[in-house]
Design a protein around this ligand. Structure first.
Ligand code: DGY
Length: 331
């Protein structure tokens, strides 16, 4: 019997994915909590002469990595975003790349809303207040924040996740504005059925009019530091910024200044630049009064991470069988 193809997995993903892979492949998993270095990935792929690579968004996968194993046939990432993979290098080498779109959209949207509610209504500050022993009585102006209901939500990037974020605004009777490279008529129709009248506007208008601005764009040259000093200055002083997309979409120095100088009121970040955000990074000076920050967990529901694991395994299996990937990252 021919040897099973060898697969390198750069972190332990949920069993749903590992078990799927172990049925047919010789699976090697990096078991540490932190990612393997790029050098280690290169050495391992070379030693194993691996046919498949299943990676995470924290791995830097470029042409050098792709050339490490003479047998590499497919790359599958356990994420919807693939800005950590050099897609041109993969295309030049005819290596298909799979990702995990769709399955995490609603879960990520739920979390964007959780950050929105938390920052607006000052949940983290409230908990600190209790734990610090400051809660002596009910206070008429204690930890007041803006209403979410009937406010204006601005969604930058009306893809799958942006659409789910906008859909959830129906329950809060919000006005919804969105900007993107072009109008998304399918999303508008879908949202209209859900009772949300999403208006396509240019980004300047969105920034000027929105009480909450939520970012849902992929990271690419055009979106790097999309929100920087001039954009913060366009926003309302009462505005709250939510980022569950990629850290470098927001210029961290400009965000620090915007919070410092009250150009905006607050921000909720699940993604940061740099990532991970060191606990002593200057941005944390604003925690919790002006900033709530979480460690890139927007898609981290148990069900969604299981689905992502199965999807990543299915992409890898399709590539190793020489079939087209069910969820290809190539445009
Ligand atoms: C992704 O998949 O790209 C998210 O950022 C993490 O689930």
């Amino acid at each position: 019997m021919a040897d099973k193809p060898t697969v390198y997995v750069t972190r332990r993903i949920p069993d749903a994915g590992i078990e799927r892979l172990e049925e047919d492949y010789d699976v090697h998993v990096w078991e540490e909590k932190t990612p393997p270095s790029k050098e280690h990935i290169i050495e391992t792929l070379a030693d194993l002469e691996a046919e498949g690579l299943l990676c995470l968004l924290s791995d830097d996968i470029d042409g050098e990595v792709m050339d490490a194993s003479p047998n590499l046939e497919v790359i599958s990432t356990f994420s919807v975003g693939y800005d950590h993979i050099d897609m041109d290098a993969a295309a030049e080498r005819d290596i298909p790349v799979g990702h995990t779109p769709g399955v995490l959209s609603e879960t990520t949207a739920d979390f964007a809303w959780s950050l929105l509610m938390t920052t607006a209504r000052r949940t983290v500050e409230g908990q600190d207040y209790v734990l610090d022993g400051e809660w002596e009585t009910w206070g008429p102006t204690l930890l007041t924040g803006p209403d979410v209901h009937h406010a204006t939500l601005g969604v930058i990037g009306m893809g799958n996740i942006g659409t789910e974020v906008a859909r959830r605004a129906a329950g809060f009777d919000m006005d919804v504005l969105y900007s993107d490279v072009e109008p998304n008529e399918d999303a508008e129709a879908e949202l209209a059925e859900a009772g949300v009248d999403a208006q396509f506007v240019d980004q300047d208008e969105l920034l000027a009019e929105s009480d909450f601005v939520s970012l849902h764009v992929p990271l690419m040259d055009a979106t790097h530091h999309l929100i920087s000093e001039s954009e913060f200055k366009q926003m309302k002083e009462e505005a709250i910024l939510i980022n569950t997309s990629r850290g470098p979409v927001v210029d961290p120095d400009a965000l620090y200044t915007a919070l410092e100088k009250d150009w905006i009121t607050r921000a909720g970040l699940d993604v940061t630049e740099p990532e991970p955000l060191p606990a002593d990074h200057e941005l944390t000076d604003h925690v919790p009064e002006k900033l709530v920050v979480t460690p890139h967990i927007a898609s981290a529901s148990i069900q969604t991470r299981n689905k992502m694991a199965r999807m990543a395994a299915d992409n890898l299996a399709a590539g190793l069988a020489g079939n087209s990937l069910p969820n290809s990252a190539h445009q």
